[in-house]
Design a binder for this molecule. Sequence first.
Ligand code: NAP
Length: 314
Amino acid sequence: MKAIAYQKFGNIDVLQNVEEPRPSVQANQVLVKVKAVSINPMDWKIRKGEMKLMSGLKFPKHTGVDFAGFVEEAGSAVTGFKKGDEVFGVVKNNMKEGALAEYVAVPSANVWKKPAHISFAQAASIPIVGAAAVTALHKMGTIHPQSKILVNGATGGFGMFLLQLLKQQKADVTAVTSTKAIDYASTWGASVVVDYTKEDMLSKNVVYDIVVDLSGKMGYDNARRIMKPRALFLNPTPRPIEIPTSLFKNLFSRKKHVAVLSHPSKENMEVLLNAINNGLQIEVSQVFPFSQFNQAYQYAEQGGFIGKVAIEID
Ligand SMILES: NC(=O)c1ccc[n+]([C@@H]2O[C@H](COP(=O)([O-])OP(=O)(O)OC[C@H]3O[C@@H](n4cnc5c(N)ncnc54)[C@H](OP(=O)(O)O)[C@@H]3O)[C@@H](O)[C@H]2O)c1
């Protein structure tokens, strides 16, 4: 089968289109014929060697962790899936495995039935950022109508899910986006939208109960200036050192720094599927054919898109 792999850390040019044997299926696994894979920032952070502690140094490495497609074969111990089912899922170890290939074998616990009304590209856009958004929501605790929430970097994949989940909670959300994404942020539930190319959030003299930084550009030390005394800072991109140090700093501050790590569990996926069946929109700004995987990564890595970017496999 065809697959995308790389033999060393680096830029897009290390990605190679290779021939590999089709994976065999263990008893608890399903083999999925992949129709679409979505791109996540973690794909290139791993490829560039920015996450070596977790990804390890073993090559070849594969890329693309979220996928959608058809069940080709179900392992002997698998119940609930059969050949031909339309599914979406995530590889078991997203630091060491990749789904950008014709087939992927994963435990059946990592696969869910695709809602009939969404495309394969939309379904492949759900697991990592969707589950991260549900985790962020849980970390926020009880949201009161008067709670002021700031989502910085609100119209990429993660923000798209988070804004719409917050809308269902009737939260008061300020979204920070670039100019072309303003309408999306409003539609997805923000009551105030700030264009980061025109205004600096940090100099607006408004304070929040919760600040979520999805851009990775604000940082906790800056965010503290716009946090109320007991506010939370949710950080989906903590540096490894920030996890222990923030636990320590949180002991001495009423403002808290909280890491958010995606957990595509059955429970989180149920929340997402319920929201999707109730109208949550999944915007895929561009879908590339498999032969243009390089262009797909170039497009995604330069930013400026809304929602997600996906690659389709014929
Ligand atoms: N911890 C976890 O488990 C986990 C899971 C998923 C994602 N993440 C991380 O969470 C982050 C967001 O993920 P994502 O998939 O949503 O990424 P994304 O699609 O690239 O979205 C990032 C957003 O930040 C915006 N942005 C860029 N510069 C900005 C600035 N100066 N001020 C405000 N906003 C700015 C971008 O807007 P424009 O493109 O319009 O400029 C874009 O909408 C990434 O760093 C990702 O690695 C972590």
